[in-house]
Write a protein that binds this ligand. Structure first.
Ligand code: GTR
Length: 445
């Protein structure tokens, strides 16, 4: 048996005589590679080949439609001006960061300070106590697969309390401790009974348990109302005693991330859960939050940002889809005030969003985009992940470095980074979860 390298398409046996002809006629539509096994006896050829599909590009008609609908925003690749990203491995004073120690000792804090001062705001330093109340428990959900609990986090400052609810499922019959997933629900609160009765695709608790994970979910607005004028009722006002927030004080995205950390505080006390293996997951504004939550809290082992776009995974300097101008005027409660001064002056930002991803390294980060969600700039989300790779590498893990996008519906994973772009629009559903869980299985199980 000889092995002849060749280019071809399916997996069938053909006579060798046909091979040359076949090679001429196959239209690969992109680079192809593979191997052909030639059987001496049968004079036939085993074609075992992989055709590499084309990197993702935005659908032409969608670009047109979006450009017409929102002419003040750019959707055309040819109109993205060139930009230069700040180097995550270059300190403000010009020192090159050459070792993992340099990163940990100085550069990481320098970047954190810039993101706190300019983008997400600074969290308060407050001595508070934290308790968890169990409101309800069901030990036998899904035919005994899991125990479900309805919980309330109680944050106390003196005699004042701030409470927010969350729901937790823990697998019943796991061998050893299980990894867990904290879901930041930016849409609605899913109570225990509802989560048991319906496997909501946005937070498919049953699927996650079936895949061997414990999982908890809370609603963003229960921590800090997702409204321009919601401040007074949220945890930020609670900590500030109702005072007007300083321009650089934390805003809602950071407050929601803080909420995810409080849920993690609880998971650390659950014996069945391995608290070293907890992922934080969010979609859209929740995806912006999950990234920042993992920057602020190094206990998160994995961050998953789904269709997070501007202020999340997407690069601010890449002028495509949603802009700093638009996001800071539509959602002024998400980012601290200085962020808005970079509207139409993104090149002056001292940081860009690839550095949010870099701040999570060497822990795992998975970014997901959607084919029709051009507003979130899939290319900017992918470029951001790739531009963080030097930091993952410096810290001793592999990361995706390929500049070209993967094809539609072809997840790409390398080391502690993963990415996919799936068919369809803005949303978090079964397909995203499945690919994300495949990744998490590899990095934490
Ligand atoms: C959009 C917004 C995005 C994104 C999204 C969401 O309207 O422009 O930045 O976060 O909402 O959270 O659903």
């Amino acid at each position: 048996m000889k092995i002849i390298p060749t280019v071809t398409a399916n997996g069938s046996w053909i006579p060798t005589a046909m091979l040359a002809c076949l090679l001429q006629t196959i239209a690969c539509g992109g680079p192809c590679y593979g191997q052909t096994e030639v059987s001496d006896a049968a004079e036939s050829v085993r074609l075992s080949v992989e055709v590499v599909p084309k990197p993702w590009e935005a659908q032409v008609d969608l670009v047109k439609k979006n450009s017409q609908r929102r002419p003040q925003f750019n959707y055309e690749e040819s109109k993205v001006p060139s930009y230069k990203l700040p180097d995550p491995l270059l300190s403000i004073d010009g020192t090159k960061i050459a070792t993992a120690d340099d990163w940990r000792r100085s550069r990481r804090e320098e970047l954190m300070a810039m993101f706190r001062n300019e983008v997400y705001g600074k969290r308060p330093h407050a001595e508070y106590s934290l308790n968890f109340e169990q409101v309800a428990e069901r030990k036998d959900v899904w035919d005994g697969l899991a125990t479900g609990r309805s919980m309330v986090a109680v944050v106390s400052l003196g005699d004042q309390q701030y409470k927010f609810p969350f729901v937790l499922f823990v697998p019943n019959e796991a061998k050893g401790q299980v990894p867990a997933i904290i879901h930041i629900n930016n849409r609605y609160f899913i109570p225990l009974e509802k989560a048991v009765a319906e496997n909501d695709p946005f937070w498919p608790a049953k699927t996650l348990v079936q895949r061997g994970y414990a999982t908890a979910s809370f609603h963003t607005s229960d921590v800090d109302p997702d409204k321009k004028d919601g401040y007074a009722k949220g945890v930020r006002a609670f900590f500030a005693g109702g005072e007007t927030p300083a321009p650089t004080a934390w805003r809602s995205l950071s407050a929601w991330g803080w909420g995810a950390s409080r849920v993690l505080d609880h998971l650390e006390t659950v014996a069945a859960i391995d608290a070293q293996k907890v992922s934080v997951v969010g979609h859209s504004r929740g995806g912006k939050t999950s990234l920042w939550a993992a920057c602020e809290d190094p206990r998160f082992a994995v961050a998953y940002s789904n269709n997070s776009g501007c202020g999340g995974a997407a690069l601010s300097r890449r002028a495509y889809g949603e802009t700093v101008d638009r996001i800071t005027s539509s959602f002024p409660h998400w980012f601290c005030e200085p962020f808005s001064k970079y509207a139409s002056r993104e090149a002056e930002l001292p940081v860009d969003q690839h550095e949010v991803i870099a701040l999570i390294a060497p822990r795992a980060v998975y970014v997901a985009s959607a084919d029709e969600d051009l507003w979130a700039d899939p290319k900017g989300e992918y470029a951001s992940l790739v531009s963080a790779a030097p930091v993952f590498q410096l810290l001793g893990t592999q990361a995706i470095t390929q500049a070209t996008m993967p094809a539609l519906n072809k997840p790409r994973v390398l080391g502690n980074t993963g990415y996919h772009i799936r068919s369809g629009g803005h949303g978090l559903g079964e397909v995203d979860w499945n690919w994300f869980l495949d990744f998490t299985d590899q990095v934490v199980k």
